[in-house]
Design a protein around this ligand. Structure first.
Ligand code: BGC
Length: 821
C-alpha cells in the first residue's frame, strides 16, 4: 500500500499529538454536561456549535468527493469539480489521488470548511448501485489504495475527512432501513477492507456511519463494528459522524460509538442526550469519550484555542483547472482501438455527435453535486483544439427521455415573499433547482416569515418548437410561461415513501409553449413553502424542469449518419442522465437511455471510423461495441472534461485509465440484486463480487477489470521475486512515451472453491520513452495471502504455492512466477 502516514496520526503519536491531547483533556474538563451534549449535535445542516468558554470555534463540514460545495447550494461561490470517483480510481494512481485531496483541502480552506464529507469507499457490489459513480472500485485493495492517497492529500492540507459510508452502503434502494445480511468473511475481506487500509495507512480524522443496518443493527448504533473493530482492533482515533439523519436513538447511538448526530438542530443528541445521562440511561463517561473525539478533531483542524493544528504550513497552491484536466485524461479508459483509430490524424474532418457532446454531464447527482465556475464540453474542447472548419456538430439523439432541471438558456432568481406578498429577500438560482437546507436562506429570509418562493426570470430557447415545462417537488405550485398560467394546483408524488422525493423524484410536465429560437420568454414558478412533514429538517426544495422540442428520433439519427458519412471520423458522445445515475435510487438496467444505441449503430454503418465516447459514471451496456473503431470511457469527467477529451483524441496525451470495475451486460453480471426482500438484502454471494464473481461463474465480460489501452505498446520482459517483492521489467516497445500500470494478481496454484480464482495483490505505475525498459517494484502485502477465518474470528495466513500473474489487466498474462509461502 502506497504512502506514508498523514500528519497528526493516532496510531503513531508524536509529541505534537501528546500536546494536543493535553489541550483536549483540559478543554473537556471545563465543559458541563449540557455543553458537552450540545457539542455532539449539529447546530444546523453543516456545523457544530462554537463553545467560546473553551475557545472552540464552530466546526464546519461539507460534501463531497469531487469538490467542496461549502455550506450553500449555490453557484455564487463556485467549486472546482474534479472527475467522478470512478474516474479517480481508473487512474490507478494513489499519488494522483493524493494531489486531488490536497487540492480539495485548498478548496475547503477557501470556503471555511474544516471537514470534507468524503471519500466514499463502499464497493461496486452490483452495477445497478445508484451511487456507483461515487465509489471507487469493485476491488477492496484498489479502493483502499486510492482512498489512502485521497485522505492523505486532504489531511496534508489540514482538513479532516469522513471516510464513508461505514459500512455496506453499496446500494440505494430503501437505504434508510435496509438490513444488509453480510457474512463475517465478506465483511472483513471485502467491505471493511478499504476502511481498514485507510485507517492503517492514512489515519483519517473522521468516519461517517451509514444509513443502513448490517446484520440486524443499524450502523449508527453498531457497537461491534464501530467500538470493537474500527476503534478497538484498528485503533481509529477520529470522530464518528452519522450520515445525515441516520441517528435514530439517543442511548443506542451513544452506546454504539456515534460521536456526532447530523444535521441539526433537531437530533437525538443535544438536550435529549443530557437528559438520558440525568435519567441514568447513559453513562457520562460515554459522552466524554465522544466529546474527546470531537475536540481532538477540532484541535487537528486548528479551531481549538491553545492546540497546535496538525498542519501549520498549508501545501503549495494547486491550479484546480489544470489538475481537473490532468486527472480526467489520466482516467479515460480506451477499451477498444482498432486500426489505430485514435489518436485522430492531424488532418481530417470530424463529425461530433451527441447531446452530451454539447451539454456534458460532468458529475453525478445527489450530495456530491458542486457548481463549477465553468464547464468545458466536448464541443468546446474540440472546437478549441481542431483546425477551423474541420469540426461539425449534430445532436443525433438525446439521452434525456423526460424533463430535466431547467438549465441551459435559463436566467433565474428566487424571490422570497411573506404571506402579505412583501419581498423578504432574493436568492440566486444556479439552475432550476432550489435546495436551501437549514439556515441556508437568502439574506432577510427566515423560515417563520417565508411564505412563497418565486423562481423567475427568462428562458432563451436554443431551438424553435414546443417546449415543455414541469415541476419537481411536493406542495402548491403556480407555473407561468410567457405570461400564461399553465398550472396552479397542488402536486403530490404517487409514492411519498422517500423523504427526499423533492430531491430525487421525477419532474411532472405541466405546460407546453410554442417558442422561437433566440427569443427570450418570461418564466415563473411559485411555490408555497411548507416544511417537509417527515424530515426533522428545515428544507426548501423544488425545481423547475424543462424539455426542448422533440424532433423525431429517426430524423435526428439520419441527420447524424449523414454528418458522419461526410467526415473522416465520427465521434459520438453517449451518456447517462441524472435520472439514471444519482444518489437516492438504484438503476433499473444498464442501457443507455433514449435512442443512443440506434444512433451509434447508424453512425457506425455510415462511417467505419467511428469513435464512441461513453460519458457515464458507471458501467453501461455497449451492444454495438464490436462494430465501432474505438470506445473511450470518459466517466463523469469533471469541469475540464472536454479539454481533456481533446487532449486525448488529438494525441497530445494518451488516455491513462484502466478499468477499476468489470464492464459487462446486466444479464451476464453475476451479482446484481439491490432490492431488499422483506427489508433484508442478503449478500448471498459471500466474497464473490466483481471479477471474483465473473471468474466463479466462468463468464466473460465485455471488458475485464484492469483493462485499458494507451498509445504505445509494452513488452513484459522479466520478473524477479525476492520474498514478497516482485521486480518486473517492462519495455516500451511502441513509438511514443507512455505510462503502464503493472498489475499483480495472485492465484492459488491449487484451486480452492472457497477462494476467488485470482485477486489483485498489488500494482505499480511506470513511465518510459519509446524503446526504454523500466523496472516496476510491486510489494505483496501479507493480507493478500490471508483469509478471514470465521470460526477462529481471526485472519489466517494460507500457506502454499501461488502463481503471480503480472500484466496489464486481470486477463493479460505478461509474465508469471510461482512462489511458495
Ligand atoms: C449522503 C452523504 C452526505 C450527506 C450530507 C447524505 O444523504 O448519504 O454521503 O455526505 O447526505 O450531504
Amino acid at each position: 500500500m502506497a504512502g506514508t502516514p498523514g500528519p497528526g496520526t493516532g496510531n503513531h503519536p508524536t509529541p505534537a499529538d501528546a500536546a494536543r491531547e493535553a489541550v483536549v483533556e483540559a478543554a473537556l474538563g471545563k465543559l458541563d454536561l449540557d455543553a458537552k451534549a450540545r457539542l455532539l449535535a449539529g447546530q444546523d445542516m453543516w456545523s457544530l456549535p462554537a463553545l467560546p468558554e473553551i475557545g472552540l470555534k464552530s466546526l464546519v463540514m461539507s460534501d463531497g468527493p469531487i469538490g467542496v460545495r461549502g455550506v450553500r447550494w449555490t453557484a455564487d461561490d463556485p467549486s472546482v469539480a474534479l472527475p467522478s470517483p470512478t474516474a479517480l480510481a481508473a487512474t490507478w494512481d494513489p499519488a494522483l489521488a493524493r494531489r486531488a485531496g490536497t487540492l480539495l483541502a485548498q478548496e475547503a480552506r477557501r470556503k471555511g470548511v474544516h471537514v470534507l464529507l468524503a471519500p466514499t469507499v463502499n464497493l461496486h457490489r452490483s452495477p445497478l448501485g445508484g451511487r456507483h459513480f461515487e465509489a471507487y472500485s469493485e476491488d477492496p485493495y484498489l479502493t483502499g489504495a486510492i482512498g489512502t492517497g485521497y485522505v492523505q492529500g486532504v489531511q496534508s492540507g489540514g482538513v479532516g475527512t469522513t471516510v464513508k459510508h461505514f459500512v455496506a452502503n453499496d446500494a440505494e434502494t430503501d437505504r434508510f432501513t435496509v438490513n444488509n445480511l453480510v457474512g463475517e468473511r465478506a465483511l472483513r475481506e471485502l467491505y471493511l477492507a478499504p476502511f481498514e487500509a485507510i485507517v492503517d495507512n492514512a489515519h483519517p480524522w473522521g468516519i461517517m456511519t451509514a444509513y443502513n443496518t448490517v446484520n440486524g443493527t443499524t450502523m449508527t448504533e453498531h457497537h461491534h463494528l464501530v467500538n470493537e473493530i474500527l476503534r478497538g482492533e484498528w485503533g481509529f482515533d477520529g470522530f464518528n459522524v452519522s450520515d445525515w439523519m441516520a441517528a435514530r436513538d439517543t442511548t443506542a447511538a451513544v452506546e454504539g460509538g456515534l460521536d456526532v448526530a447530523m444535521p441539526g438542530p433537531r437530533t437525538v443528541y443535544g438536550e435529549a442526550l443530557a437528559q438520558a445521562v440525568r435519567d441514568g440511561e447513559v453513562d457520562e463517561a460515554k459522552v466524554d469519550a465522544a466529546v474527546r473525539n470531537v475536540l481532538r478533531l477540532a484541535a487537528r483542524v486548528g479551531i481549538l484555542q491553545g492546540a497546535e493544528p496538525a498542519v501549520t504550513e498549508p501545501p503549495q497552491p494547486i491550479d484546480g483547472e489544470a489538475l481537473a484536466r490532468e486527472i480526467a485524461r489520466r482516467a479515460f479508459v480506451l477499451v477498444r482501438n482498432e486500426n489505430d483509430a485514435l489518436p485522430l490524424k492531424p488532418t481530417g474532418s470530424v463529425a461530433l455527435i451527441g447531446a452530451a457532446a454539447r451539454d456534458a454531464r460532468v458529475l453525478g447527482g445527489g450530495s456530491a453535486t458542486v457548481f463549477p465556475a465553468r464547464i468545458v464540453s466536448p464541443l468546446d474542447g474540440l472546437t478549441a483544439a481542431l483546425p477551423d472548419g474541420s469540426l461539425t456538430y449534430v445532436v443525433g439523439a438525446d439521452p434525456t427521455t423526460e424533463l430535466a432541471v431547467a438549465d441551459k438558456g435559463f436566467e433565474l432568481r428566487a424571490i422570497c415573499r411573506d404571506a402579505d406578498g412583501n419581498v423578504l429577500g432574493t436568492g440566486s438560482a444556479p439552475n432550476g433547482q432550489i435546495q436551501w437546507m437549514g439556515s441556508d436562506l437568502p439574506e432577510g429570509v427566515t423560515h417563520d416569515t417565508l411564505h412563497t418562493i418565486e423562481l423567475t426570470g427568462t428562458f432563451t430557447p436554443r431551438e424553435s418548437g414546443p417546449h415543455t415545462f414541469g415541476v419537481k417537488g411536493t406542495g402548491a405550485f403556480t407555473l407561468a410561461v410567457g405570461g400564461t398560467t399553465y398550472f396552479d394546483d397542488v402536486q403530490r408524488p404517487a409514492d411519498d415513501s422517500d423523504p427526499f422525493e423533492a430531491f430525487f423524484g421525477a419532474p411532472v410536465p405541466r405546460a407546453q409553449a410554442e417558442l422561437a429560437v433566440g427569443e427570450p420568454v418570461e418564466v415563473s414558478l411559485t411555490y408555497v413553502f411548507e416544511l417537509p412533514a417527515d424530515i426533522p429538517l428545515k428544507v426548501v426544495a423544488f425545481a423547475l424542469a424543462h424539455q426542448g422540442p422533440q424532433r423525431p428520433a429517426d430524423e435526428l439519427i439520419a441527420e447524424a449518419a449523414e454528418a458522419a458519412r461526410a467526415a473522416d471520423t465520427a465521434v459520438v458522445v453517449v451518456a447517462t442522465t441524472d435520472r439514471v445515475e444519482s444518489e437516492g435510487f438504484d438503476r433499473k438496467d444498464l442501457r443507455l437511455p433514449g435512442r443512443q444505441d440506434d444512433l451509434v449503430r447508424a453512425v457506425a454503418a455510415a462511417n467505419p471510423n467511428t469513435v464512441v465516447v461513453v460519458n457515464s459514471g458507471s458501467p453501461v451496456e455497449l451492444p454495438w461495441r464490436d462494430d465501432v473503431a474505438a470506445v473511450l470511457l470518459s466517466w463523469f469527467p469533471g469541469q475540464e472534461g472536454g479539454a481533456a477529451l481533446a487532449d486525448v483524441l488529438t494525441g497530445a496525451y494518451e488516455p491513462g485509465g484502466r478499468l477499476p470495475t468489470t464492464w459487462g451486460s446486466l444479464d451476464d453480471a453475476p451479482v446484481t440484486q439491490v432490492t431488499p426482500t422483506d427489508g433484508e438484502l442478503a449478500y448471498t454471494e459471500g466474497v464473490f463480487i466483481g471479477y471474483r464473481a465473473w471468474d466463479k461463474a466462468d463468464r466473460t465480460p465485455s471488458y475485464p477489470f484492469g483493462h485499458g489501452l494507451g498509445y504505445t505498446d509494452w513488452t513484459y520482459e522479466s520478473v524477479e521475486v525476492d520474498g514478497t517483492t516482485a521486480k518486473v521489467r517492462v519495455r516500451n516497445s511502441g513509438e511514443r512515451a507512455g505510462r503502464e500500470v503493472v498489475q499483480l494478481y495472485l492465484a492459488p496454484s491449487e484451486p480452492d472453491a472457497a477462494r476467488p480464482a485470482r485477486w489483485l495483490a498489488g500494482f505499480a505505475g511506470v513511465e518510459a520513452g519509446p524503446g526504454e525498459t523500466v523496472e516496476a517494484t510491486v510489494e505483496l502485502p501479507r493480507r493478500a495471502f490471508e483469509i478471514w477465518d470465521e470460526k477462529a474470528s481471526s485472519w489466517a495466513f494460507v500457506k502454499g504455492s501461488y502463481e503471480l500473474r503480472l500484466g496489464s489487466s486481470i486477463v493479460h498474462r505478461g509474465l508469471t512466477a510461482t512462489i511458495n509461502v
